[in-house]
Design a protein around this ligand. Structure first.
Ligand SMILES: *[C@@H]1O[C@H](CO)[C@@H](O)[C@H](O)[C@H]1NC(C)=O
Ligand SMILES: *[C@@H]1O[C@H](CO)[C@@H](O)[C@H](O)[C@H]1NC(C)=O
Ligand SMILES: *[C@@H]1O[C@H](CO)[C@@H](O)[C@H](O)[C@H]1NC(C)=O
Ligand SMILES: *[C@@H]1O[C@H](CO)[C@@H](O)[C@H](O)[C@H]1NC(C)=O
Length: 790
């Protein structure tokens, strides 16, 4: 999917041969010739693969998919996904507002442990429990014994926010908590000054910012609090990521303030007349306190505005939620309903906005800026993946579209507007310093021949099946069409397989001997095993199915767009890619009665530890290398069964009457293969790759754990096959009911137990694993509960 692999700390050895066979007794002249041919072939493929593209990507000049007035650029929102609580507008140089907190130290600590950007290791629990992704939100935060809510509401270019500190759990021995609001002006045109009352007491800040106009910022609190304020002017290249470090350093320099905050001011070292671009307001409070900040632009916020506005938004959101998802009528316990609302809210509350340049890697060596791009996107996980991921976003939007279809299309449009003139869309969107926060530098560059599953087509198909949406917004799909077409035609050529009607994900590493099975990152299924020896001869089942589905959808939109010229072309694609005979010809294995990938494959590969001298230290280090016992040959990858093998069913290539569909459905419940009490696992326990490390350090990812996006596709497909008449509808219905029950129950149990949604779930115990909170596509549990697949 998106794993950040830790680069192995190993020095590659020269002269390695990935195909070194150990059993060489029956080697014959024929074998030697074969080997030589294969080697030549691999070298040619490697050279071909690593040839720099002869172009430098530039953004496409096709008409924009985005509507000009889709988003108010000066309305505030929680678009700083990677912070526990941060607000900004969708204007590139927006002011950045944020919250930090720490426990007042009782002794001189070297670090205050300031909470600011989401870090999994801090063990904080946080989740938007109510949020519409636009104008308000309610988030619960639990940091050990400290519990509080961060609530906010926006009107025009103003906002009001309330931090409500709840009674602490346990004995806190009179310790106080420091909550710090800050605001950083990133636009050099923006000006900010201190604001004092008649008697000269500082009562807040005021100023003017582009687009927002004149504003003032005031603070209030309920309960006793010691409030200290400071403001300053920092250089233009100030990194908002580091605002916490900066603040801590500031406290060190003002030692009294740090250890024992009396009601004395921090050192304001500027005169009132000088403009500032950063302030901190610190409240030192007990539990059971409330603090507020009011950002009032052009006087659109009335006095004491927070409470009535917030209450009204909250009630309206909950009402709409109940109306849209109709969970009342279901058999679910009340806690499930609350979980469903949290899944949606945290998805919406984590939506981010980024503007800047992506970095592309040309020819494996040259890094160039690509853009500027503007993205509005949901994120898989705030602590781990607080940025846009192309295929994840398709699944996120399947959730968001149920709640707010217009916003959903507008968000997808920002993705399409990042397409380059050839039709490539960056797989990961890392556009500004805030997005770079959690990305190791070597993973920042995007490679312009790397694809990712076109889930947006699946999403658009579901839009097209919603009559209400089509009645009002079908023209919107036509606006997306030119860029969708460009993307599709790029996928069709750049990921073409060795034969017409086959497809191959690019960018597998054909020369490594450090991976048990070289990863296929573009597929989204990272380490899901494919042909053991990557080559230009292989072709991938899932990609054919993605292309078949995409061609169906594009043909439909081409018709709406009256693109008659393209019609014969796309119809031919659609017919060929969706033809069961084409599918069977390349992927069906009669002996094993299954669909498989095809490629240069050996059944007997393993990682074996070797000792090696470390030139740096001259000590001995152990590294794992891949050993291959039997030569690979061109054939089906038939010792692998998992998510990939289900794709002809998942994306509904198989007609309801297909005997092969029957075979697939009837084997789905085998607990030794994919069926578990918690959902479908990614890889059969019978596969030699099941739960195997891919390298010395790289644990199994898509080799066993249960992933909710694929379970969602399975449920949607089973529902489909259960409702269309055919010989398999009864078995599909039964599978649907049981799988749905298993998936929902397990996610709910884990949520009750841990307070989180998880990246994936353990196939033996159901326990959540990987990054968390991971609302991402796991949040589709709400659609599954409400049975909203279209
Ligand atoms: C398309 O979007 C870009 C970037 O947002 C903008 O600069 C340009 O003016 C837009 N073009 C049209 C025709 O709206
Ligand atoms: C800091 O500002 C708040 C209100 O904005 C005010 O109540 C408080 O007295 C100020 N404290 C100092 C030390 O300036
Ligand atoms: C004022 O304080 C800030 C923050 O501590 C510091 O960076 C800056 O150099 C100071 N300016 C002066 C004039 O002392
Ligand atoms: C393939 O892997 C090898 C060793 O693991 C590495 O040195 C090489 O750079 C990789 N090639 C590509 C194109 O990533």
């Amino acid at each position: 999917m998106r794993r950040r692999n830790v680069a192995p700390r190993i020095i590659p050895v020269n002269g390695r041969d990935p195909r070194r066979a150990e059993e060489q007794e029956n080697r014959t002249l024929t074998w030697a010739i074969c080997a030589a041919l294969i080697l030549t072939f691999i070298i040619v493929v490697y050279l071909f693969e690593s040839t720099p593209p002869d172009f430098i990507p530039i953004p496409s000049t096709l008409p924009n998919a985005s509507r000009v007035d889709a988003f108010d650029p000066h309305a505030w929102g929680t678009y700083r996904s990677h912070t526990y609580f941060g607000l900004r507008t969708k204007y590139p140089n927006s002011p950045l507002f944020g919250l930090m907190w720490y426990k007042q130290p009782i002794y001189e600590a070297s670090s205050l442990g300031i909470r600011h950007t989401c870090k999994q290791e801090e063990g904080v629990q946080y989740m938007w429990k109510d949020a519409d992704g636009k104008s308000f939100g309610h988030q619960d935060v639990i940091d050990k014994e400290l519990k509080f809510e961060t609530n906010w509401v926006g009107v025009d270019s103003s906002f009001s926010t309330e931090i409500r500190v709840l009674p602490s759990k346990g004995d806190i021995k009179g310790r106080k908590y420091a909550f710090v609001f800050y605001m950083l002006m990133t636009d050099e045109e923006a000006k900010m000054f201190v604001k004092r009352d008649a008697s000269g007491v500082l009562i807040g800040y005021q100023g003017e910012a582009p687009g927002i106009g004149k504003f003032d910022l005031t603070f209030e609190n309920e309960g006793s609090a010691i409030i200290t304020n400071t403001s300053m002017h920092v250089p233009a290249n100030f990194d908002p990521q580091k605002v916490d470090e900066f603040f801590q350093r500031f406290l060190w320099l003002n030692e009294d303030a740090f250890i024992d905050i009396k009601a004395k001011s921090f050192n304001e070292n500027m005169s009132d007349a000088e403009p500032r671009n950063l302030f901190f307001v610190q409240f030192l409070v007990d539990d059971k306190s409330v603090i507020r900040a009011n950002f009032n632009a052009r006087n659109s916020l009335s006095k004491n505005a927070f409470k009535p506005l917030y209450t009204q938004k909250l009630n309206a959101f909950r009402e709409e939620f109940d109306k849209k998802y109709e969970l009342e009528q279901s058999q679910f316990p009340k806690s499930y309903k609350t979980m469903g609302r949290a899944a949606l809210s945290n998805m919406l509350g984590s939506i981010g906005y980024w503007h800047g340049h992506s970095t592309v890697l040309i020819g494996g060596a040259v890094r160039l800026p690509y853009g500027p791009l503007t993205l509005v996107s949901a994120v898989p996980s705030r602590p781990f993946f607080p940025r846009g991921f192309l295929w994840d976003e398709g699944f996120h939007q399947l959730l968001i579209k149920q709640y707010d279809p217009v916003m959903s299309v507008d968000m997808v449009a920002t993705w399409l507007d990042s397409i380059d003139s050839h039709g490539w869309i960056p797989r990961e969107m890392i556009l500004d310093t805030e997005a770079k926060a959690r990305v190791p530098p070597e993973f920042i560059p995007q490679v312009p021949d790397v694809a990712n599953p076109p889930v947006f087509f699946y999403l658009i198909e579901s839009f097209m099946k919603t009559p209400d949406f089509m009645a009002h917004h079908s023209r919107r799909l036509v606006q997306l069409y030119p860029r969708l077409k460009l993307w599709y035609t790029w996928l069709r050529t750049s990921q073409a397989g060795p034969h017409k009607g086959t497809f191959r994900w690019r960018s597998r590493n054909a020369t490594t001997n450090l991976e048990l099975n070289p990863k296929t990152l573009p597929s989204g299924l990272d380490d899901f095993p494919r042909a053991s020896h990557p080559s230009g001869e292989e072709y991938h089942l899932d990609l054919l199915c993605w292309m078949a589905m995409s061609s169906r959808v594009l043909r439909q939109i081409a018709e709406y767009a009256s693109d008659t010229e393209f019609m014969p072309d796309i119809e031919a694609d659609m017919t060929l890619f969706n033809d069961p005979e084409n599918l069977d010809k390349w992927h069906w294995n009669e002996a094993k009665q299954r669909y498989f990938d095809f490629g240069s494959h050996s059944d007997t590969v393993s990682l074996i530890s070797e000792n090696q001298r470390d030139p740096a230290t001259n000590g001995v280090i152990t590294i794992k290398r891949r050993h291959v016992k039997t030569y690979p040959s061109l054939r089906h990858v038939d010792n692998v069964c998992g998510y990939v093998n289900l794709f002809p069913m998942l994306l509904r290539l198989l007609p309801p009457t297909s005997a092969k569909l029957g075979i697939m459905l009837n084997s789905l419940k085998d607990p030794k293969e994919l069926w578990t009490e918690y959902g479908l696992r990614s890889l059969s326990t019978k596969s030699p790759y099941y739960m195997k490390y891919n390298t010395q350090h790289d644990g199994p990812y898509w080799r066993g754990p249960i992933w909710i996006n694929i379970n969602y596709l399975a449920l949607a497909a089973l529902k489909h096959y259960s409702t269309v008449s055919g010989p398999h509808s009864a078995v599909a219905t039964k599978l649907y009911t049981e799988l749905r029950h298993n998936v929902i129950t397990n996610i709910a149990n884990q949520y009750q137990e841990t307070g989180y949604f998880w990246e994936h779930y353990n196939d033996k115990t159901g326990k959540g694993g990987g990054s968390h909170p991971f609302t991402g596509w796991t949040a589709l549990v709400l659609n599954i509960m409400a049975e909203r697949y279209d």
